[in-house]
Structures are given as structure tokens and as C-alpha cells.
Design a binder for this molecule. Structure first.
Ligand SMILES: NC(=O)c1ccc[n+]([C@@H]2O[C@H](COP(=O)([O-])OP(=O)(O)OC[C@H]3O[C@@H](n4cnc5c(N)ncnc54)[C@H](O)[C@@H]3O)[C@@H](O)[C@H]2O)c1
Length: 326
């Protein structure tokens, strides 16, 4: 891309961002009550992220339907939610029926289409694989209400790609709602929007994010949005330090906690995220991401691929860079 084309692309992106922000800050706009538009949320994927999103949505009064491939996946997800709520109840001195009252707002099913027919908002948190996500949304598009908003929790893919098989009307109601792990604790939600996303939809979603006790930030549909675009190269540098034999895993983690003030070191963070999720991000960026594909930094190393083949996925499998009690 020439410098002048890059400048004009950046200018038009900034103009668009200003339009959205002007609308969101506009004076005299009525306060938005998200519950007037969104009451039922269908969440696809009951893994680390889906179960966390289901928990915070139900805790904030929303009716949730959780879908996953097998009953065992759902049972594991509901168990995670119950354990997390019980811990929170102990810490904050909630009444005895608090956990159950929140769980009663969450139903679960393996019936993929039935899960979303009455939903106002669909949030997808399934495996980070483009064609699997595209196929899911394409099936849901045919049965969801025309007004239903579609959101992906993808870490690395473009909303434009995930929504590629949707009808035009639905595409305008599709965004990324990118939560952070652990969802119950992390305050941020990135809302990533496409050129056709209306300011009204963004305003509604910002209000919804506030309503579930989180803080929204807006970002154009760009690989990794804000946080992962900065965090993934940092993780890669950390891994390369160790793979070259420059420093140990423990010393890199200690250095970044005590020297940079980060709450976790990069290896602790990669274990928490899941090595497979990190791998999918790098692979997708290396293979297809605009402006990033072909960059050798993002090519997963043989050491990383071997860890994944060995099932060392991080906390969720009991072993990654560190060993965990299951
Ligand atoms: N782990 C993180 O820190 C993190 C943070 C933000 C976003 N994300 C994103 O959230 C999404 C889910 O990640 P996760 O960490 O919860 O993963 P996970 O492995 O814990 O859960 C993924 C879920 O997808 C389901 N699944 C597997 N194959 C499937 C298929 N073929 N069709 C439908 N569902 C299938 C699994 O049953 C599982 O419950 C990914 O897109 C990931 O990039 C992850």
C-alpha cells in the first residue's frame, strides 16, 4: 500500500470512529435501558469463556441458554459456573439461595437451533476455527429472530470473516464482544464493529456491557482488536527468549511481574489462556490476517506445536508451561 493510500485509509477510519463516538457522546440522547431490547441471551460454547459469559449475564438478571456439542461439555460448564458462584457467595456473604437463584436463569441444551430461536443476543464462544464459526452462524441465521444480534468472542479472527456466510441484514447486526479470562474477574469487553454497524447498535451494546458490570472499549474490525494485537507479539517474544535459551520460564515470569508490574508473567498468562487458543491465533494471523500474514514472527514454533500434540494446553489440561492440580 502506498503512503498516501495508507493515510487516506487511516483518515477514513478515524472519521468513522469519530462519527461513532460523536453519536455515543451526543447530548440529549435518552439513556438506554439494554433490558428493554435484550432479555434472552444464547451462548454457544460452554468452555472457559462461554461458561464465564453465561455466569456474568445471569448474575446481571438475563435469561441465558447455554449450548455445547455434548451433554458432558454442558455439565462441565455448569459445574464451573456453580463453583465460581459459590466462591463469590462465600467471599461476599450472599444468602444461601443466591447461587441457585442465578443458576435458575441458565438453561442448557445440545439442540443447536432451538437454543437461539427466542434469543435477542447470540454470543459465540466455540473453538477458534473460522469455518466452524462461519457454519454455526450461517445455521443460526436461518432460525434466529430478524432482530437478534450476533456476536463472536473470537480472539483473532475478523468479524467480517466470521460473518461471511450471513445475509446482509444480519451482518449489520453482527459484532465481536471480546471478553477476557477469567470473565467473572476481568472488567474489559472489546466491542469490534464493521463499516456497516450502526451507532445505535453500538450504543445499545455499550449499555449492555455496562449493565453486566464491565467496561466497554470500541475498536474497528482489525486482527486481535486492541489487547491481543499488543499481547500476542509480547507472548511470542517471551517464548523465543526461552526457546533460544536466553532465560528460564520462571525468570521471565518473575521479571515481568516485578520489573514491569504485570499481575502475571507471559507463561502464566499463556497457560491461563490455553496454548491451543494461542496457537490458533498465531496460525490464523500467519496464514490469512490482513497486514500480518507471512510475518515469520507469527509462525507457530515446532516446540509449541509439540506441546499441543502432547496435550500440554495450560491450566485447562492440568499442564502447560507449569503443572496444575486438576
Ligand atoms: N481462553 C481465553 O483466554 C479466551 C479469551 C478471549 C476469547 N477467547 C475465544 O473464545 C472462544 C472460546 O475459547 P475458550 O477458551 O472458551 O475455549 P474452550 O476450549 O474452553 O471452549 C471451546 C468450546 O467449543 C466447543 N467446540 C469444540 N469443537 C466444536 C465444534 N466443532 N463445534 C462447536 N463447538 C465446538 C467445545 O466443546 C468447548 O466447549 C475462542 O474463539 C477463543 O479464541 C478465548
Amino acid at each position: 500500500m502506498s503512503t498516501s493510500t495508507a493515510n487516506s485509509t487511516a483518515e477514513s477510519a478515524l472519521r468513522r470512529q469519530r462519527q461513532v463516538l460523536d453519536h455515543l457522546r451526543g447530548k440529549g440522547q435518552p439513556e438506554i435501558d439494554p433490558k428493554a431490547t435484550i432479555s434472552h441471551i444464547a451462548i454457544y460454547g460452554a468452555g472457559i469463556m462461554g461458561s464465564g459469559i453465561a455466569q456474568v449475564a445471569a448474575q446481571s438478571g438475563y435469561k441465558v441458554t447455554l449450548w455445547d456439542v455434548t451433554q458432558a461439555d454442558l455439565d462441565r460448564g455448569i459445574h464451573t459456573i456453580r463453583t465460581s458462584l459459590a466462591r463469590s457467595a462465600r467471599k461476599t456473604g450472599q444468602p444461601a439461595d443466591w447461587v441457585q437463584s442465578i443458576l435458575s436463569r441458565i438453561s442448557s441444551t445440545t439442540d443447536q437451533l432451538a437454543a437461539c430461536t427466542s434469543a435477542d443476543l447470540v454470543i459465540e464462544a466455540i473453538v477458534e476455527n473460522l469455518s466452524i464459526k462461519q457454519d454455526l452462524f450461517s445455521r443460526l441465521d436461518k432460525v434466529a429472530k430478524p432482530t437478534c444480534i450476533f456476536a463472536t468472542n473470537t480472539s483473532s479472527l475478523l468479524v467480517a470473516d466470521v460473518s461471511a456466510k450471513l445475509g446482509e441484514e444480519r451482518k449489520q447486526r453482527m459484532v465481536a464482544l471480546h471478553f477476557f479470562n477469567p470473565v467473572a474477574v476481568m472488567k474489559l469487553v472489546e466491542i469490534a464493529y464493521m463499516d456497516g454497524t450502526s451507532p445505535e447498535l453500538l450504543a445499545l451494546l455499550k449499555a449492555w456491557v455496562h449493565d453486566i458490570g464491565k467496561v466497554p472499549v470500541l475498536c474497528r474490525d482489525t486482527p486481535g482488536f486492541i489487547v491481543n494485537r499488543l499481547m500476542v507479539p509480547y507472548n511470542i517474544e517471551a517464548r523465543q527468549l526461552v526457546e533460544r535459551g536466553d532465560a528460564t520460564i520462571e525468570d521471565v515470569d518473575t521479571a515481568m511481574k516485578l520489573g514491569a508490574g504485570y499481575p502475571m508473567g507471559p507463561f502464566e498468562l499463556m497457560d491461563m489462556t490455553g496454548l491451543d487458543t494461542g496457537y490458533h491465533i498465531m496460525k490464523a494471523w500467519y496464514e490469512t490476517a490482513p497486514g500480518l500474514s507471512g510475518d515469520p514472527r507469527f509462525k507457530p514454533s515446532p516446540e509449541m506445536e509439540q506441546m499441543i500434540r502432547d496435550g500440554y494446553l495450560g491450566r485447562k489440561s492440568g499442564r502447560g508451561y507449569y503443572v496444575y492440580d486438576k
